[in-house]
Design a protein around this ligand. Structure first.
Ligand SMILES: Nc1nc2c(ncn2[C@@H]2O[C@@H]3COP(=O)(O)O[C@H]4[C@@H](O)[C@H](n5cnc6c(=O)[nH]c(N)nc65)O[C@@H]4COP(=O)(O)O[C@H]3[C@H]2O)c(=O)[nH]1
Length: 870
């Protein structure tokens, strides 16, 4: 009984001890003691409960299908090392097999058990003979590990042992599961902490009132305040006043469970504004919203970048230049972008060009050298600028001034090419136009002086090498000026074009025909075997030019004078040939026009004369070295009816020089103006003096030069001269040639009316030699016409001249005009003219032009005088 009691109390003690051990282990589990320590404690507990049992625990790595030793201190180090990692498999010892089969595996005698073959010796040396392994399975069925119990003798478990083992395995499962849960929780915490800590954006949380609870370092960087300073601060303190209401609203929405996302400008502590992309989320714990999370991304730079990009993109889009972008990373450099201007310039729609290489714009006229340069530079990844001919979609060519630049990435590798194209077709056309005009005469389209000179220099060099000769023909029209003056510039221009056409048609390939201006043309004949050929050409041109022209209603005749200069073997200055031909032409003119003249050195002397004459004329003007002579006009009764003032130049060496010689030169040089002013003043003064000496108020006719008549100051000067000299206007007559009136007719008629108003008379000089007819006279406020001397000289012998004179006189009388005949040398002429009704007579027959003193004597002898008849 006592024994029983003793046995009973021993059981009780064992049970209590067991319970305490279990509680200790449960406490370790609850207190989260390290897993290996807890498991060792479980091993010790079971070893204490099972006589001779040695326990070890392995943890499963299901993914790798292995078991790793985690507890089993009672085993030797060598043995533990041997089983530190065991595969899970059907026949791998006791543990590998039980993990595989998920059931108790009993190896009763390790020495005999084939599953222990691999480490049978080791087990034997360890003194182990039996091993039972029990799988540790989680509540959800996962394999957690195995629990092994070794014996140093062959053994199989009885119910007692099994019961203890199952209890211990339950504790192992609990400890392992809790450890795994803890581990999972800790990992999850780490994950979320990482998300918070390492987030490149500012992450923060707020309580439901809007105070910061947590904030990562980026929040500090973004605001300029430390994380500590942020904590507890209300978000409103970081906002601009205008944003408060809107942010409050989104905060409330998020607080009510709705995530929000918006952009906001937030001032940094240093005053700079940062643009934030802000996301707010509710913080939900146990299905209850306890706060608001915020994630703020600083998009300031990105927005600035986007704005810049947008502006740039807009700039590219709106550019008047075509812009193409090609992908350098793809073979064939396909176009990936084309702007509107490209579409406008080329006519290709964007979709038609994307994906193609831009060389489809090239065509037959594209300069291969430009394309070569383009390819070469692009292959070197360099910028390139070329101007090349491209083609639009409709096939028309255009000039493309193209700049291509490589675009590089941060590593310097070329990723794209940007091509900027500028359609410079108009500019090219303009340049071609200018180039053409730089070398051509606008009126006739012939070469101009500049092109002529280039060709001359080139041709002289060529003929020198070929051993040939070159001739320069200088051609000047003979009667062009009067035609131009009388019929107007339009007719003159038409005539020049006609001449140019005829000359052009007569040229051979290689010849050059140029117009130097006015009525001067130059021909280069570069392919001469002998100089005689040049004369043949010149004569042919003379006859070509002299064929009649029809311009509008006018049938016109022209002739020309041609000077010829031929290159010698030793010519140094090719341009001299033009001067030489010019001088020869001038000589041809002097010799009666409509002629050709070779250049000879003797001509140079003659030309020198002309220059000398001009200089002497200038000296005479300055010294007022002219004289004025007067030739009387006689009326039908034989009385002196007036005088004509005629200019005389007493040359110190050459005696009196005829106005016919120097007046044309003076008109060319403009020297006629001071001369004319002197003549007018002198004539007025002289005639006024005649009156003062009692010889009466005689009319004086003064010749007017065209240049003088058309000057704006003409009438003013005339009034001034009359006023200064005191000559009454009715005593003055002005003699004009027909040509003067035809040129600028409107202005001329106006001037004539002004003269009539003043009382100054007007006579048409040299009547009959011009191109006009009498009919135009009726529109003119004139007083008289002077029949040209050439008709008067023929009146006695030529019936035709007599008829013309008769016609002129009757028509003039019909218009109320007086008729003067000049150059009367014979009585018979006077007689006939009187018979035809001529009113006034002038000529050597009555008196030669004479100085004023002689005129005074003449008048004294021929009294009484009258101005009424004039
Ligand atoms: N053979 C011949 N000739 C006669 C006879 N009677 C007069 N003459 C000449 O005929 C010319 C008449 O002048 P014109 O036809 O106006 O032609 C003038 C006139 O056009 C121009 N001229 C003369 N003086 C002036 C002047 O002061 N100013 C301007 N602009 N031209 C002038 O020079 C031209 C020539 O003048 P001149 O040599 O003085 O020549 C004068 C005169 O000497 C004659 O019976 N027989």
């Amino acid at each position: 009984m006592v024994r029983l009691v003793v046995g009973h109390s021993r059981d009780l003690m064992a049970a209590r001890e067991q319970l305490e051990q279990q509680q200790t282990i449960q406490a370790m589990i609850v207190e989260e003691a390290p897993l290996d320590q807890t498991l060792e404690a479980i091993c010790r507990m079971l070893e204490a409960q099972l006589q001779g049992g040695i326990c070890s625990i392995m943890q499963a790595d299901v993914d790798e299908r292995r078991l790793h030793l985690i507890a089993g201190e009672r085993l030797s180090t060598a043995y533990r090392q041997a089983i530190v990692s065991v595969a899970i498999g059907p026949d791998v010892g006791a543990c590998g097999s039980s993990a595989h089969r998920r059931e108790l595996v009993v190896c009763e005698d390790l020495a005999l058990d084939p599953r222990w073959e691999r480490i049978a010796d080791l087990a034997a040396s360890e003194g182990l003979r039996a091993c039972w392994s029990y799988p540790v399975i989680a509540r959800d069925g996962r394999l957690l590990g195995t629990f092994a119990t070794y014996y140093r003798r062959p053994a199989t478990p009885g119910s007692h042992e099994l019961e203890r083992i199952v209890q211990a395995v339950d504790l192992v499962a609990l400890a392992m599961e809790r450890a795994q849960d803890r581990r999972a929780l800790w990992e999850s915490e780490q994950r979320y902490r990482s998300l918070f800590t390492y987030n490149p954006d500012a992450v923060f949380s707020m309580d439901l009132q809007g105070h910061f609870v947590t904030a990562n370092d980026h929040c500090a960087a973004l605001t300029g305040y430390s994380v500590e300073a942020l904590r507890g601060t209300h978000f409103s303190e970081f906002l601009q006043p205008d944003d408060l209401a809107a942010v409050q609203q989104t905060f409330e929405l998020t607080g009510a469970g709705e995530p929000c996302r918006y952009e906001l400008q937030v001032p940094h502590r240093d005053g700079t504004l940062h643009r934030l992309d802000l996301t707010t989320l509710p913080v939900v714990v146990d299905e209850r919203i306890i706060g608001v999370y915020g994630i703020a991304k600083d998009v300031t730079r990105r927005r600035e970048h986007e704005t810049r990009l947008r502006i740039l993109e807009r700039g590219v889009e709106a550019s008047v230049n075509g812009v193409l972008i090609a992908d350098a990373g793809v073979p064939g450099l396909p176009i990936i972008y084309a702007n509107d201007a490209f579409q406008r310039i080329t006519g290709y729609a964007r979709a038609e060009v994307i994906g193609r290489n831009a060389h489809f714009l090239q065509g037959s006229e594209t300069d291969p050298a430009a394309v070569q340069k383009l390819r070469h530079e692009l292959a070197q990844h360099r910028e390139v600028h070329v101007t090349l001919c491209n083609y639009r979609k409709d096939g028309t060519p255009f000039w493309n001034d193209l700049y291509i630049s490589p675009v590089r990435d941060e590593q310097g590798a070329v990723t794209h090419y940007v091509g900027i194209q500028h359609d410079i077709s108009e500019q090219k056309t303009y340049e071609a136009h200018l180039a053409y005009h730089a070398g051509h005469d606008a009126l006739t389209g012939l070469a101009n002086r500049s092109l002529l000179e280039d060709r001359l220099v080139h041709d002289v060099e060529l003929v020198r090498r070929q051993g040939k000769r070159l001739a320069v023909l200088f051609l000047d029209l003979d009667e062009f000026k009067p035609i131009n003056d009388s019929l107007g510039h339009a007719v003159g221009d038409e005539l020049l074009r006609g001449v140019a056409q005829r000359l052009s048609a007569a040229m051979r390939p290689g010849d050059t025909l140029a117009r130097l201006g006015g009525d001067e043309f130059v021909v280069l004949l570069p392919d001469l075997h002998d100089a005689g050929q040049a004369m043949e050409v010149a004569e042919r041109l003379l006859s070509i030019v002299s064929r009649p022209y029809r311009v509008g209603a006018h049938e016109l005749s022209l002739s020309c004078s041609i000077g010829i200069a031929v290159s010698g073997a030793d010519i140094e200055q090719p341009l001299e040939l033009i001067q030489q031909a010019d001088m020869a032409m001038y000589r041809a003119k002097q010799q009666g026009r409509n002629a050709c003249q070779w250049f000879t050195p003797e001509i140079i002397h003659r030309m020198g004369d002309r220059v000398t004459l001009r200089n002497e004329l200038q000296e005479a003007i300055e010294a007022q070295a002219f004289e004025l002579h007067y030739q009387p006009l006689i009326d039908r009764e034989g009385k002196v009816a007036g005088v004509e003032a005629l200019l005389r130049w007493p040359h110190p060496l050459r005696g009196y020089i005829s106005p016919a010689q120097f007046i044309p030169l003076a008109e060319e040089t403009g020297q006629i103006i001071p001369i004319s002013e002197w003549v007018l003043a002198r004539a007025c003064r002289d005639l006024h003096q005649l009156d003062r000496v009692g010889l009466g108020r005689l009319n004086v006719a003064v010749n007017l030069s065209p240049l003088q008549f058309h000057r704006a100051s003409f009438l003013g000067k005339l009034r001034e001269t009359l006023a200064v000299t005191g000559l009454p206007a009715p005593q003055l007559s002005l003699e004009l040639t027909e040509g003067v009136l035809m040129n600028d007719t409107e202005g001329a008629i106006e001037t004539l009316h002004a003269l009539r108003t003043m009382g100054v008379g007007v006579a048409i000089d040299d009547f009959g030699t011009g191109f006009s007819s009498l009919s135009y006279l009726k529109h003119l406020p004139i007083d008289r016409v002077k029949i040209d001397r050439s008709f008067v000289s023929g009146v006695a012998n030529s019936a035709e001249d007599a008829a013309i004179i008769q016609g002129i006189i009757s028509m003039a009388h019909h218009l109320g005009l007086k008729v003067v005949a000049e150059g009367i040398e014979q009585e018979q002429q006077h007689h006939l003219l009187t018979a035809h009704g001529c009113d006034l007579f002038q000529g050597f027959l009555f008196a030669r032009p004479m100085p004023l003193e002689s005129l005074i004597e003449f008048l004294a002898e021929h009294r009484p005088l009258s101005i009424d008849g004039a």
